[in-house]
Design a protein around this ligand. Structure first.
Ligand code: FAD
Length: 409
């Protein structure tokens, strides 16, 4: 039986957007950082996301800028710099689906919101779209609403994950928890991560710091190290997907009477050459407890009302139930910012949730500030060759490629 001791600066556990972005930042800062993923990279919330990198106007539909809308305001520009190779992470080659997002109302928008959109505070973030410039899908005599263009980005998430992964090739590994464990010592810190390669070989990986970025899986990781804080909340969604033959790629929020979007639509081309509209917003939050048939009926009704000039009768329909995992808030509300904190009773572990794909850069900044405060500087230059015995995870495939083969219940 051989046990190989390996030293690295940082072990990240969880390969969604949070872990991958952080790995990119730490590797370019010179840290010897490695990441472990138990399934496929991005396989939970990240691949299910609609890919919108938004600047917070969606949170200001009540007519005022809130903490949430302001924390996120710089994010579209931050991501744009990364996409051009001028940011803190190199995203060159990741695919942009749209460099703006639309917001529309069916009736005349409330005067408070329309004067807010016309005010100085939203300048450069919201533009009125005149009738003469309506995109094809809205360019119809039955469209009576008002359309705005937001300076938000929409990204093809699988290509973002692929780029973040390629940037750190050799530092990302699969982990099987049936053969691995986090071993704690008597000083209430993690001594090492032990991984059994086979009956004869074990790797014991020591790190200055362990960082949990496993989304919903952070809870189980914390239990492994007997930490019950920071606590996590789950806010479920039931998204609806409609696969049709129109070629309209639409990225838009429909504004109803609530301060949150009535419907959010992103569009994704599938491998069989069709278009999927991926539907979220109030439809998905308020319909979370409905059966598939009930929520699909609601979605059909919404599309009939909002796009009476389009015919979805030959379309295929599917749903996706998924939890958003976030730091616990009073009253299960949406957190404003990315979150990172020390794991309770585990002195060398941090736990993070970006709370939005958009805010992953912000989460990494917070981690780096905490690492500096903890004086975690790069110490171990080379990757131990024994790490290369570990398997490497695949990149997850998006739900619009898989859900249509499942039975609707
Ligand atoms: C339907 C939906 C739409 C969304 N749309 C948007 C959007 O358009 N814009 C936006 O900004 N945000 C959006 N979000 C929010 C955004 O997707 C999440 O905030 C973000 O993806 C969270 O990333 P994460 O890396 O923390 O978690 P996840 O993406 O959940 O990744 C966690 C990873 O950790 C792995 N893991 C779990 N447990 C373990 C373990 N024990 N060991 C190793 N690995 C483990 C998982 O397999 C997974 O790969 C959306 C969320 C949902 C659910």
């Amino acid at each position: 039986m051989t046990t190989t001791q390996i030293n690295v600066d940082i072990v990240i556990i969880g390969g969604g957007i949070a872990g991958l972005w952080l790995l990119n930042r730490l590797c370019s800062n010179g840290h010897n950082a490695i990441l472990f993923e138990q399934g496929e990279l991005g396989s939970a919330q990240t691949i299910a996301s609609q890919g919108m990198i938004h600047g917070g106007i969606k949170y200001a539909l009540g007519g005022i800028l809130t903490g949430a809308s302001e924390a996120i305001a710089d994010m579209p520009d931050h991501w744009r710099r990364c996409l051009q190779g001028e940011g803190d992470v190199d995203l060159r080659g990741a695919k942009i689906l749209s460099d703006h997002f639309y917001l529309w109302s069916t009736q005349s928008i409330s005067s408070r919101v329309s004067s807010f959109f016309a005010s100085k505070v939203t300048r450069g973030r919201v533009d009125n779209v005149p009738k003469s410039a309506l995109p094809e899908v809205f360019d119809h005599s039955e469209f009576k609403g008002k359309l705005y263009k937001l300076a938000d980005l929409v990204l093809d998430v699988p290509s973002v994950i692929a780029k973040l992964t390629a940037n750190c090739a050799g530092s990302i590994f699969s982990i099987d928890w049936k053969k691995s464990r986090l071993k704690k010592n008597s000083n209430s810190s993690i001594d090492y991560l032990s991984i059994e390669i086979d009956k004869q070989t074990t790797l014991n990986i020591n790190a200055q710091q362990f960082i949990f970025t496993a989304g919903e899986g952070n809870e189980a990781l914390q239990t492994m190290v007997s930490s019950d804080r920071p606590a996590m909340q789950r806010r479920p969604l039931k998204q609806v997907l409609v696969k049709h033959s129109y070629n309209h790629a639409i990225y838009a929020h429909c504004m109803g009477s609530n301060p949150s979007p009535r419907l959010t639509i992103s569009s994704h081309e599938t491998a069989d050459g069709k278009m999927v509209w991926y539907l979220g917003g109030d439809l998905a939050t308020q319909g979370v407890a409905l059966s598939d048939t009930e929520i699909i009926d609601n979605a059909k009704k919404e599309l009939r009302e909002l796009f009476p000039w389009l015919d979805f009768s030959d379309s295929e329909w599917a749903t996706l139930y998924i939890n958003r995992a976030e730091p616990q808030q009073k009253g299960l509300i949406k957190p404003d910012k990315a979150f990172v904190a020390a794991a309770h009773s585990c002195s060398n572990a941090l736990v993070g949730w970006p709370t939005k794909l958009t805010l992953s850069p912000n989460m990494s900044d917070e981690v780096i500030t905490l690492l500096e405060a903890r004086k975690i500087a790069p110490q171990f230059e080379h990757k131990h060759p024994a790490l290369q015995q570990l398997p490497v995870p695949n990149i997850a495939s998006p739900c619009w490629e898989s859900v249509f083969s499942k039975k609707v219940e």
